[in-house]
Design a protein around this ligand. Structure first.
Ligand SMILES: [Zn+2]
Ligand SMILES: [Zn+2]
Length: 477
């Protein structure tokens, strides 16, 4: 009885407190609610058991020109393109058959614009989203039987080995305790005993990054001198002062009036110019990469920032921000690293945390014939050999994350996606090109001769922006 009353009263007090804070917020015009915490409370990733990669067999490839010639020979008349009625679903002219390469004129839109097509030449049925992967059949690595599709999700299909004599299935059955056997009998879905594979069909071709485009903002039209801009970036990005404090320093010490909102606007423009330069820079790289996710707040919601980093050269190679901690973003993050490699090294490996999205991403790339190893460092103690061996690498990227957090803290989160991307971009520019690193004997990770001889940080920021502008104008010339 008493505990119930106490619980009720506590809930009631909480409710009253909420009303009081709301009224105070309205009265004073300033939020009376607590600032968001530095890390989200308890957001574990979904524990998921990822099986080994299936055996991927390439399907035979056909040549539509040969097939058309054969048709002409055997039937005595050419195979005509698909006749379309005026109101039929259009087929994109760039689409072609993944199996025989027949152009769009030979493709039927199969199911009323839902993205499924059929080739008139070779009869292959394919989906627009999965056309890149219509190149393989999947077999169980334990029994070599073809896998069956059992579920279709938004980003992936689930395949299962249904063979009762599969060694994987038999092994798991035999390893069950009495209790598990009983549970399995009552509810077979509650235990995972069969080989499972998740095949991603996001519309994404690896290693197909487009060439850089010139941003649509004109830096010469900012109402600020290059030197002032250099000072602002130094205070806000290098020293991690908030935009408001940066505005105050500009006024109090340098006698320059600039609002904190203008500072954010300037930085958005600068980030647009620096991003292509950072992303396409011909970095000298090692073959040791590590990745980690960290949290940032965007529009009051937690977002994930994925950092991938050359652990030896101390260069940040990819930094996507996403509202989801999902496989699609992990794939994007890893691809950003791969495109920067002149060729894929034989012993390429990524050291990451225990999140299963990285294994799923590895499988996605393997299906596209790009292989690498994923080493997962799990938990805070070294409970397995992999964790023991690769923890030092993992700690390097955790240190990078702490450096970022130190600079990010003053922002109290971002009001927009663009604001968060701009700040992260500027941080990466600073980290790769401007920040001396103790383990590189006080050198910056990427030394640019144009910056080395300059005496101050604002001058280096200005020169870096100039280099980025020159570079991108050369690219689009
Ligand atoms: Zn075809
Ligand atoms: Zn099997």
């Amino acid at each position: 009885m008493y505990p119930q009353i106490i619980t009720y009263l506590l809930t009631f007090i909480n409710y009253q407190e909420h009303i009081i804070r709301t009224l105070l917020t309205l009265l004073i015009g300033k939020s009376m609610f607590d600032k968001p915490k530095e890390a989200p409370v308890n957001q574990p990733y979904r524990k998921l058991q990822i099986d080994d990669l299936p055996i991927i067999e390439k399907l035979e490839r056909l040549d539509y020109q040969l097939l058309l010639a054969e048709h002409l020979q055997s039937k005595g008349k050419p195979l005509k393109p698909v006749q379309r009625r005026a109101n039929s679903t259009p087929v994109p002219s760039t689409l072609c058959c993944p199996k025989c390469g027949a152009p769009s004129a030979y493709l039927y839109a199969n199911n009323g614009g839902k993205g499924q097509y059929q080739c008139k030449v070779c009869a292959c049925v394919f989906n627009k989203k999965s056309r890149y992967q219509k190149e393989a059949i999947l077999k169980c690595p334990h029994c070599l039987k073809t896998l069956e599709k059992i579920k279709e999700r938004k980003d992936f299909h689930v395949f299962k080995c249904k063979n009762d004599r599969c060694s994987y299935y038999q092994k798991n059955l035999n390893a069950m305790t009495k209790k598990e056997k009983k549970q399995f009998k009552e509810d077979p879905q509650s235990l995972k005993v069969r080989y499972i594979y998740r095949k991603f069909h996001i519309d994404y071709q690896p290693l197909s990054k487009q060439s850089p485009k010139q941003p649509k903002v004109d830096l010469s039209r900012l109402y600020v001198s290059p030197h002032t801009l250099g000072l602002i970036l130094t205070y806000h990005v290098n020293y991690g002062l908030s935009a408001r404090k940066t505005a105050a320093i500009m006024k109090d010490i340098h006698g320059v009036s600039v609002s904190h909102q203008s500072i954010l606007n300037y930085e958005n423009s600068v980030a647009l110019w620096l991003k292509p330069y950072i992303d396409y820079f011909p970095y000298e790289l090692s073959d040791q990469f590590c990745g980690d996710e960290t949290y940032i707040r965007v529009n009051g919601r937690w977002h994930y920032l994925f950092f991938f980093f050359d652990a030896v050269k101390k260069v940040i190679l990819s930094y996507p921000v996403s509202p989801n901690r999902d496989t699609a973003t992990a794939i994007r993050a890893i691809d950003e690293v791969l495109v920067k490699l002149k060729e894929i090294p034989e012993n390429l490996q990524f050291v990451v945390d225990g999140n299963p999205i990285y294994l799923l991403a590895q499988h996605f790339f393997a299906e596209n014939h790009i292989s690498f190893d994923v080493k997962q460092v799990i938990g805070l103690t070294n409970e397995d050999d992999v964790s023991r061996e690769y923890r030092p690498l993992k700690q390097i990227i955790e240190r990078l994350n702490r450096t970022f957090k130190g600079n990010y803290r003053s922002t109290h989160g971002f009001g927009s996606e663009q604001g968060s991307v701009s700040f992260v971009t500027l941080f990466v520019a600073y980290f790769n090109f401007l920040r001396p690193h103790s383990s590189l004997e006080g050198k910056v990770p990427v030394t640019l001769p144009e910056l080395e001889k300059l005496p101050t940080m604002p001058a280096r920021w200005t020169a870096l922006i100039g280099l980025a502008q020159d570079w991108i104008q050369q690219q689009s010339a």
